[in-house]
Design a protein around this ligand. Structure first.
Ligand code: GDP
Ligand code: FO1
Ligand code: CA
Length: 315
Protein backbone atom coordinates (compact mmCIF):
# COMPACT_ATOMS: atom_id res chain seq x y z
CA UNK A 1 0.00 0.00 0.00
CA UNK A 2 1.22 3.48 -0.87
CA UNK A 3 0.09 6.51 1.16
CA UNK A 4 0.68 10.12 0.14
CA UNK A 5 0.20 12.86 2.72
CA UNK A 6 -0.11 16.58 1.93
CA UNK A 7 1.41 18.37 4.89
CA UNK A 8 2.47 21.63 6.49
CA UNK A 9 4.59 21.93 9.61
CA UNK A 10 3.52 20.95 13.12
CA UNK A 11 0.09 19.50 12.32
CA UNK A 12 1.53 17.70 9.29
CA UNK A 13 4.52 16.38 11.22
CA UNK A 14 2.50 15.01 14.14
CA UNK A 15 0.02 13.43 11.76
CA UNK A 16 2.90 11.79 9.89
CA UNK A 17 4.06 10.15 13.14
CA UNK A 18 0.70 8.36 13.18
CA UNK A 19 0.79 7.59 9.46
CA UNK A 20 4.26 6.09 9.87
CA UNK A 21 3.13 3.99 12.83
CA UNK A 22 0.13 2.73 10.85
CA UNK A 23 2.30 2.10 7.79
CA UNK A 24 4.75 0.02 9.84
CA UNK A 25 1.85 -2.12 11.06
CA UNK A 26 0.51 -2.86 7.59
CA UNK A 27 3.73 -2.63 5.58
CA UNK A 28 2.84 0.53 3.67
CA UNK A 29 5.09 3.12 2.06
CA UNK A 30 4.59 6.80 2.93
CA UNK A 31 5.41 9.92 0.91
CA UNK A 32 4.91 13.38 2.42
CA UNK A 33 4.44 16.30 0.04
CA UNK A 34 5.36 19.31 2.15
CA UNK A 35 4.65 23.04 1.94
CA UNK A 36 7.51 25.38 1.06
CA UNK A 37 5.48 28.62 1.11
CA UNK A 38 6.82 29.49 4.59
CA UNK A 39 10.43 29.32 3.40
CA UNK A 40 12.65 32.35 3.76
CA UNK A 41 16.17 33.52 3.10
CA UNK A 42 17.65 34.84 6.33
CA UNK A 43 21.22 36.03 6.89
CA UNK A 44 21.99 34.34 3.59
CA UNK A 45 20.53 31.02 4.75
CA UNK A 46 17.61 29.13 3.26
CA UNK A 47 15.19 28.24 6.05
CA UNK A 48 12.40 25.72 5.37
CA UNK A 49 10.20 25.65 8.49
CA UNK A 50 7.65 23.06 7.38
CA UNK A 51 10.16 20.65 5.84
CA UNK A 52 12.27 20.95 8.99
CA UNK A 53 9.30 20.45 11.34
CA UNK A 54 8.51 17.23 9.47
CA UNK A 55 12.12 16.05 9.32
CA UNK A 56 12.96 16.86 12.96
CA UNK A 57 9.68 15.44 14.29
CA UNK A 58 9.98 12.15 12.41
CA UNK A 59 13.70 12.03 13.24
CA UNK A 60 13.08 12.53 16.97
CA UNK A 61 14.90 15.87 17.11
CA UNK A 62 12.04 18.39 17.25
CA UNK A 63 11.21 20.57 20.20
CA UNK A 64 7.90 19.16 21.44
CA UNK A 65 6.61 22.39 23.01
CA UNK A 66 7.49 24.87 20.31
CA UNK A 67 6.72 22.39 17.53
CA UNK A 68 9.37 24.01 15.35
CA UNK A 69 13.15 23.89 15.58
CA UNK A 70 15.36 21.54 17.60
CA UNK A 71 14.94 20.16 21.09
CA UNK A 72 17.63 21.23 23.63
CA UNK A 73 18.39 24.21 21.43
CA UNK A 74 20.78 27.05 22.33
CA UNK A 75 20.54 30.62 21.03
CA UNK A 76 24.08 32.01 20.99
CA UNK A 77 23.98 33.09 17.35
CA UNK A 78 20.62 34.79 17.87
CA UNK A 79 22.03 36.78 20.81
CA UNK A 80 25.15 37.71 18.84
CA UNK A 81 23.08 38.90 15.89
CA UNK A 82 20.96 40.98 18.28
CA UNK A 83 24.15 42.54 19.67
CA UNK A 84 24.93 43.74 16.15
CA UNK A 85 21.39 45.05 15.80
CA UNK A 86 20.93 42.68 12.86
CA UNK A 87 17.41 42.57 11.45
CA UNK A 88 14.94 40.99 11.61
CA UNK A 89 14.89 40.92 15.42
CA UNK A 90 11.47 39.24 15.39
CA UNK A 91 12.68 35.95 13.90
CA UNK A 92 15.29 33.82 15.63
CA UNK A 93 17.30 30.82 14.49
CA UNK A 94 18.61 28.34 17.03
CA UNK A 95 22.25 27.22 16.92
CA UNK A 96 21.55 23.57 16.12
CA UNK A 97 18.93 24.54 13.58
CA UNK A 98 21.44 26.82 11.85
CA UNK A 99 23.60 23.80 11.01
CA UNK A 100 20.69 22.44 8.95
CA UNK A 101 20.35 25.74 7.09
CA UNK A 102 24.10 25.93 6.47
CA UNK A 103 24.21 22.46 4.94
CA UNK A 104 21.04 23.12 2.93
CA UNK A 105 22.22 26.49 1.63
CA UNK A 106 25.65 25.17 0.69
CA UNK A 107 24.06 22.36 -1.33
CA UNK A 108 21.53 24.70 -2.96
CA UNK A 109 24.35 27.11 -3.89
CA UNK A 110 26.24 24.20 -5.39
CA UNK A 111 23.26 23.63 -7.68
CA UNK A 112 21.36 20.78 -6.06
CA UNK A 113 17.57 21.11 -6.14
CA UNK A 114 15.72 21.38 -2.82
CA UNK A 115 14.27 17.87 -3.21
CA UNK A 116 17.76 16.35 -3.41
CA UNK A 117 18.99 18.51 -0.55
CA UNK A 118 16.02 17.39 1.54
CA UNK A 119 16.83 13.76 0.80
CA UNK A 120 20.46 14.35 1.78
CA UNK A 121 19.48 16.00 5.08
CA UNK A 122 17.11 13.12 5.77
CA UNK A 123 19.91 10.55 5.62
CA UNK A 124 20.88 11.84 9.06
CA UNK A 125 17.34 11.87 10.48
CA UNK A 126 16.02 8.64 8.96
CA UNK A 127 12.40 9.84 9.06
CA UNK A 128 11.04 6.55 7.72
CA UNK A 129 8.91 8.53 5.28
CA UNK A 130 9.89 9.95 1.90
CA UNK A 131 9.87 13.74 2.39
CA UNK A 132 9.33 15.75 -0.78
CA UNK A 133 9.02 19.53 -1.05
CA UNK A 134 5.91 20.37 -3.09
CA UNK A 135 8.22 22.15 -5.52
CA UNK A 136 11.92 22.81 -6.04
CA UNK A 137 11.03 26.25 -7.37
CA UNK A 138 10.50 29.47 -5.47
CA UNK A 139 7.01 29.61 -4.04
CA UNK A 140 6.57 32.07 -1.20
CA UNK A 141 3.41 32.89 0.67
CA UNK A 142 2.85 36.62 1.10
CA UNK A 143 0.02 38.41 2.90
CA UNK A 144 -1.51 41.51 1.35
CA UNK A 145 -2.07 43.93 4.22
CA UNK A 146 -2.96 47.57 4.70
CA UNK A 147 0.10 49.82 4.50
CA UNK A 148 0.50 53.56 4.90
CA UNK A 149 0.24 54.06 1.14
CA UNK A 150 -2.42 51.51 0.28
CA UNK A 151 -1.92 47.79 0.23
CA UNK A 152 1.41 46.04 0.48
CA UNK A 153 2.53 42.44 0.47
CA UNK A 154 4.65 41.11 3.31
CA UNK A 155 6.33 37.72 3.65
CA UNK A 156 4.27 35.09 5.44
CA UNK A 157 6.77 34.91 8.31
CA UNK A 158 6.51 38.65 8.94
CA UNK A 159 2.72 38.34 8.97
CA UNK A 160 2.75 35.26 11.21
CA UNK A 161 5.62 35.88 13.61
CA UNK A 162 5.98 39.66 13.71
CA UNK A 163 2.31 40.58 13.52
CA UNK A 164 0.89 37.31 14.96
CA UNK A 165 -1.58 37.32 12.04
CA UNK A 166 -3.30 40.21 13.79
CA UNK A 167 -3.34 43.02 11.20
CA UNK A 168 -5.97 43.88 8.59
CA UNK A 169 -5.31 41.42 5.78
CA UNK A 170 -6.92 41.25 2.33
CA UNK A 171 -5.58 38.04 0.86
CA UNK A 172 -2.66 35.65 0.48
CA UNK A 173 -0.50 35.42 -2.62
CA UNK A 174 1.68 32.44 -3.46
CA UNK A 175 4.51 34.29 -5.16
CA UNK A 176 6.10 32.22 -7.91
CA UNK A 177 3.40 29.56 -7.88
CA UNK A 178 2.42 30.11 -11.52
CA UNK A 179 5.85 29.17 -12.76
CA UNK A 180 6.52 26.41 -10.23
CA UNK A 181 6.67 22.74 -11.16
CA UNK A 182 5.95 19.85 -8.82
CA UNK A 183 9.23 18.52 -7.42
CA UNK A 184 10.49 15.30 -9.02
CA UNK A 185 8.57 12.35 -7.60
CA UNK A 186 5.52 14.32 -6.48
CA UNK A 187 3.22 13.57 -9.42
CA UNK A 188 4.42 9.96 -9.60
CA UNK A 189 3.73 9.50 -5.90
CA UNK A 190 0.22 10.93 -6.22
CA UNK A 191 -0.49 8.97 -9.40
CA UNK A 192 0.74 5.74 -7.81
CA UNK A 193 -0.91 6.23 -4.42
CA UNK A 194 -3.57 3.95 -2.97
CA UNK A 195 -4.79 6.85 -0.86
CA UNK A 196 -4.01 10.54 -0.49
CA UNK A 197 -4.41 12.02 2.99
CA UNK A 198 -4.70 15.74 3.64
CA UNK A 199 -3.08 16.24 7.06
CA UNK A 200 -4.81 18.36 9.73
CA UNK A 201 -2.57 21.22 8.64
CA UNK A 202 -3.50 24.85 8.18
CA UNK A 203 -5.71 24.77 5.06
CA UNK A 204 -4.95 28.37 4.07
CA UNK A 205 -1.21 28.77 4.50
CA UNK A 206 0.05 25.16 4.58
CA UNK A 207 -2.15 23.03 2.30
CA UNK A 208 -3.24 25.75 -0.17
CA UNK A 209 0.33 26.63 -1.20
CA UNK A 210 1.02 22.93 -1.84
CA UNK A 211 -2.06 22.73 -4.06
CA UNK A 212 -1.06 26.01 -5.78
CA UNK A 213 1.79 24.26 -7.60
CA UNK A 214 0.41 23.90 -11.13
CA UNK A 215 -0.62 20.32 -11.83
CA UNK A 216 -0.57 19.24 -8.21
CA UNK A 217 -4.18 19.96 -7.29
CA UNK A 218 -5.34 18.30 -10.53
CA UNK A 219 -3.20 15.25 -9.90
CA UNK A 220 -4.90 14.78 -6.52
CA UNK A 221 -8.43 15.77 -7.57
CA UNK A 222 -8.52 13.72 -10.76
CA UNK A 223 -6.10 10.97 -9.74
CA UNK A 224 -6.97 7.33 -9.11
CA UNK A 225 -6.53 7.40 -5.34
CA UNK A 226 -9.30 8.28 -2.90
CA UNK A 227 -8.62 11.48 -0.98
CA UNK A 228 -9.35 11.85 2.72
CA UNK A 229 -8.78 14.98 4.78
CA UNK A 230 -8.51 15.33 8.55
CA UNK A 231 -9.84 18.46 10.21
CA UNK A 232 -7.37 20.77 11.96
CA UNK A 233 -10.36 22.52 13.55
CA UNK A 234 -12.04 20.96 16.58
CA UNK A 235 -15.16 22.49 18.10
CA UNK A 236 -14.81 25.68 16.08
CA UNK A 237 -11.18 26.43 16.98
CA UNK A 238 -7.72 25.40 15.78
CA UNK A 239 -5.96 23.03 18.16
CA UNK A 240 -3.00 25.42 18.04
CA UNK A 241 -1.80 28.23 15.81
CA UNK A 242 -3.79 30.89 14.06
CA UNK A 243 -5.79 29.07 11.40
CA UNK A 244 -8.86 30.99 12.61
CA UNK A 245 -7.23 34.25 11.49
CA UNK A 246 -6.18 32.71 8.19
CA UNK A 247 -9.69 31.40 7.50
CA UNK A 248 -11.16 34.82 8.39
CA UNK A 249 -9.06 36.39 5.63
CA UNK A 250 -10.82 34.08 3.15
CA UNK A 251 -14.20 34.66 4.77
CA UNK A 252 -14.45 30.98 5.62
CA UNK A 253 -16.13 29.89 8.85
CA UNK A 254 -13.66 28.47 11.38
CA UNK A 255 -15.26 25.08 11.78
CA UNK A 256 -14.66 21.52 10.67
CA UNK A 257 -17.52 21.92 8.17
CA UNK A 258 -16.15 25.25 6.94
CA UNK A 259 -12.73 23.76 6.16
CA UNK A 260 -14.30 20.65 4.63
CA UNK A 261 -16.38 22.82 2.29
CA UNK A 262 -13.33 24.95 1.48
CA UNK A 263 -11.59 21.80 0.20
CA UNK A 264 -14.84 20.66 -1.39
CA UNK A 265 -16.00 17.32 -2.74
CA UNK A 266 -14.32 15.83 -5.81
CA UNK A 267 -17.74 15.45 -7.42
CA UNK A 268 -17.99 19.27 -7.45
CA UNK A 269 -14.45 19.95 -8.64
CA UNK A 270 -13.03 19.90 -5.11
CA UNK A 271 -10.53 17.64 -3.47
CA UNK A 272 -12.14 15.25 -1.02
CA UNK A 273 -13.88 11.89 -0.95
CA UNK A 274 -13.76 11.70 2.84
CA UNK A 275 -13.49 14.20 5.69
CA UNK A 276 -12.69 13.16 9.24
CA UNK A 277 -13.90 15.44 12.00
CA UNK A 278 -13.80 15.26 15.79
CA UNK A 279 -16.74 13.73 17.71
CA UNK A 280 -17.90 17.21 18.80
CA UNK A 281 -18.22 18.15 15.10
CA UNK A 282 -20.00 14.94 14.10
CA UNK A 283 -22.95 16.79 12.54
CA UNK A 284 -20.74 18.54 9.97
CA UNK A 285 -21.92 18.21 6.39
CA UNK A 286 -19.83 18.64 3.28
CA UNK A 287 -21.74 18.13 0.02
CA UNK A 288 -20.54 15.08 -1.89
CA UNK A 289 -18.12 14.04 0.84
CA UNK A 290 -18.36 11.14 3.31
CA UNK A 291 -17.93 12.71 6.73
CA UNK A 292 -16.78 10.55 9.64
CA UNK A 293 -16.06 11.34 13.25
CA UNK A 294 -13.23 10.12 15.47
CA UNK A 295 -11.05 11.56 18.24
CA UNK A 296 -8.65 13.92 16.47
CA UNK A 297 -6.26 15.00 19.23
CA UNK A 298 -2.76 13.88 18.27
CA UNK A 299 -1.65 13.31 21.86
CA UNK A 300 0.65 10.39 21.01
CA UNK A 301 1.58 8.11 18.15
CA UNK A 302 -0.95 5.44 19.07
CA UNK A 303 -3.85 7.91 19.18
CA UNK A 304 -2.70 9.42 15.89
CA UNK A 305 -2.36 6.01 14.21
CA UNK A 306 -5.94 5.28 15.30
CA UNK A 307 -6.95 8.56 13.64
CA UNK A 308 -5.26 7.45 10.43
CA UNK A 309 -7.11 4.13 10.56
CA UNK A 310 -10.42 5.98 10.95
CA UNK A 311 -9.55 8.22 8.01
CA UNK A 312 -8.78 5.21 5.80
CA UNK A 313 -12.02 3.49 6.81
CA UNK A 314 -13.97 6.36 5.23
CA UNK A 315 -13.08 5.28 1.69
P1 GDP B 1 2.46 24.74 10.81
O1 GDP B 1 2.87 24.76 9.38
O2 GDP B 1 3.60 24.50 11.72
O3 GDP B 1 1.58 25.87 11.19
O4 GDP B 1 1.61 23.42 10.96
P2 GDP B 1 0.47 22.79 10.05
O5 GDP B 1 -0.08 23.78 9.08
O6 GDP B 1 0.94 21.49 9.52
O7 GDP B 1 -0.60 22.48 11.17
C1 GDP B 1 -1.22 23.49 11.89
C2 GDP B 1 -2.59 23.00 12.25
O8 GDP B 1 -2.47 21.79 12.98
C3 GDP B 1 -3.37 23.95 13.13
O9 GDP B 1 -4.42 24.54 12.40
C4 GDP B 1 -3.88 23.07 14.26
O10 GDP B 1 -5.23 23.26 14.54
C5 GDP B 1 -3.62 21.67 13.76
N1 GDP B 1 -3.36 20.74 14.84
C6 GDP B 1 -2.35 20.80 15.73
N2 GDP B 1 -2.46 19.79 16.61
C7 GDP B 1 -3.57 19.09 16.27
C8 GDP B 1 -4.22 17.94 16.79
O11 GDP B 1 -3.80 17.33 17.77
N3 GDP B 1 -5.34 17.51 16.15
C9 GDP B 1 -5.84 18.15 15.05
N4 GDP B 1 -6.95 17.66 14.48
N5 GDP B 1 -5.26 19.24 14.54
C10 GDP B 1 -4.14 19.70 15.13
N1 FO1 C 1 8.21 31.06 14.98
C1 FO1 C 1 8.14 32.10 15.82
O1 FO1 C 1 7.07 32.41 16.32
N2 FO1 C 1 9.25 32.85 16.10
C2 FO1 C 1 10.47 32.56 15.58
O2 FO1 C 1 11.45 33.25 15.85
C3 FO1 C 1 10.57 31.42 14.72
C4 FO1 C 1 11.77 31.02 14.18
C5 FO1 C 1 11.82 29.85 13.39
C6 FO1 C 1 13.03 29.38 12.89
C7 FO1 C 1 13.09 28.23 12.12
C8 FO1 C 1 11.91 27.54 11.85
O3 FO1 C 1 11.96 26.42 11.11
C9 FO1 C 1 10.71 27.99 12.33
C10 FO1 C 1 10.63 29.14 13.10
N3 FO1 C 1 9.43 29.60 13.61
C11 FO1 C 1 9.39 30.70 14.44
C12 FO1 C 1 8.18 28.90 13.28
C13 FO1 C 1 7.59 29.38 11.96
O4 FO1 C 1 7.60 30.75 11.83
C14 FO1 C 1 6.10 29.10 11.82
O5 FO1 C 1 5.55 28.50 12.90
C15 FO1 C 1 5.83 28.32 10.64
O6 FO1 C 1 6.40 28.76 9.46
C16 FO1 C 1 4.32 28.21 10.44
O7 FO1 C 1 4.22 27.03 9.80
CA1 CA D 1 3.47 26.17 7.81
Amino acid sequence: MRIVVLAGGIGGARFLLGVRAYAREVGAEVTAVVNVGDDLLLHGLRVCPDLDSVMYTLGGGADPERGWGRVDESWTVKAELAAYGAEPAWFGLGDKDIATHLVRTTMLNAGYPLSEVTEALATRWQPGVKILPATDDRLETHAVVDGEQGQRAIHFQEWWVRYRADIPTHRFVFVGADAAKPAPGVLDAIGGADVVLVAPSNPVVSVAPVLAVPGLRDAVATGPAPVVGVSPIIGGAPVRGMADRCLAVLGVECSAAGVGRLYGGRRDGGLLDGWLVAPEDAGAQVPGVTVGAAPLRMTDETATAAMVRSALELV
